[in-house]
Design a binder for this molecule. Structure first.
Ligand code: DOR
Ligand code: ZN
Length: 345
């Protein structure tokens, strides 16, 4: 039995840090385990250009300076991205890619794109410059059943974008369906996917366990068990197209427990411990290192970290709440016991 794991400091390839007091608290949670993280740009005023990305990056660094932590910025896909701006993005060592939200599909996506075809000119330039495209892969058509929105997105948009721009590197974010795992496996090595802890842990029953559970609500929403199993199989398969991205997305409790609760699950505080727990429960702990420290870095053409993170098998309890201002966050697996701890080397 493996009781201790020393791995290169992992990368969280999909992370929300927000602003203000929230940023101050949650950035340190991520920085205490991860060496790098891709920071999502969906702030209330989205990060739509390189200047804003650099300012936001410096702010994150200010709060995380006592850790070995490098924020990798993603720019919010928008029609103002011309060749000049894209060249600046390519040249910036702080910016890693561009994140596309279909309009209205999730939190702070009201400035997302209305029509995919309008993006094609920009995709062409991104392909030419080899700038990765990170995609929230759900259709925004509210007449489509919410449980089918990822599948339909793949059929309607992603397949075509990949066909038109075969050299464009694309990350299908936070995959939640068997359809997504199959699409990623079957396409070229230009397509990869991030996987969150919640899509590995739960199926959609979790949302209705004895009553409605707002803290299990995220987008893409949890799916049927067969989809959870397919996503889990992909994560522990050792296939380099699937890598870690927590999609840790903090919202204050009052904003989740409301008549229209926000989508987003907070996992950053215990993220690596929870992934270790999941891999271990599925007899795949030896697959955790590549999933968290190698495959994502390879896809983004980054060197693996030389720093290390140690995980040890020992009892650990996820806190029930995390205080923020005069409110709190309820984390993933709140109050539950897990069998792994991060520890100093
Ligand atoms: O559940 C989610 N929360 N999904 C997203 O795509 C966005 C995120 C957020 O920003 O809260
Ligand atoms: Zn996200």
């Amino acid at each position: 039995m493996i009781n201790e794991l020393i791995i290169p400091r992992p990368d969280d390839m999909h992370l929300h840090l927000r602003e203000g007091e929230m940023l101050k608290v949650v950035s340190q949670h991520s920085a205490s385990q991860f060496g790098r993280a891709i920071i999502m740009p969906n702030l209330k005023n989205p990060i739509i250009n390189i200047e804003l990305a650099h300012i936001y990056c410096d702010e994150i660094k200010k709060y995380t300076k006592s850790y070995q932590f490098e924020p990798l910025m993603a720019i919010y896909f928008n029609e103002g991205l011309n060749l000049e701006e894209l060249k600046k993005i390519k040249a910036s060592s702080k910016v890693i890619g561009i994140k596309l939200y279909p309009k209205g599909v999730t939190t702070n996506s009201n400035k997302g794109i209305e029509s995919f075809e309008l993006g094609y000119k920009i995709f062409e330039m991104m392909e030419e410059l080899d700038i990765p495209l990170l995609i929230h892969g759900e259709v925004n058509d509210i007449s489509v059943d919410i449980f089918d929105r990822e599948k339909i997105f793949i059929e309607k948009h992603l397949t075509r974008v990949h066909k038109e721009f075969p050299k464009l590197r694309i990350v299908l974010e936070h995959i939640s369906t068997k359809d997504a795992t199959e699409f990623v496996k079957e396409t070229s090595n230009k397509i990869a996917a991030t996987i969150t802890p919640q899509h590995l842990l739960y199926n959609r029953n979790e949302l209705f366990l004895g009553g409605f559970r707002p803290h299990a609500f995220c987008l893409p929403v949890l799916k049927r068990e067969e989809h959870r199993v397919a996503v889990l199989d992909a994560a522990i398969s050792g296939n380099s197209k699937f890598f870690l991205g927590t999609d840790s997305a903090p919202h204050k409790r009052s904003e989740k427990e409301s008549s229209c609760g926000c989508a987003g699950i907070y996992s950053a505080l215990n993220a690596m411990e929870i992934y270790a727990e999941i891999f271990d429960r599925n007899d795949a702990i030896e697959k955790l290192m590549d999933f968290s420290s190698k495959f994502g870095a390879d896809f983004y053409k980054l060197n693996q970290s030389k720093e290390k993170l140690k995980l040890i098998r020992s009892r650990n309890k996820v806190p029930t709440t995390i205080k923020i201002d005069d409110d709190e966050i309820i984390p993933l697996m709140a109050g539950q016991e897990i069998g792994w701890n991060c520890s100093e080397i």
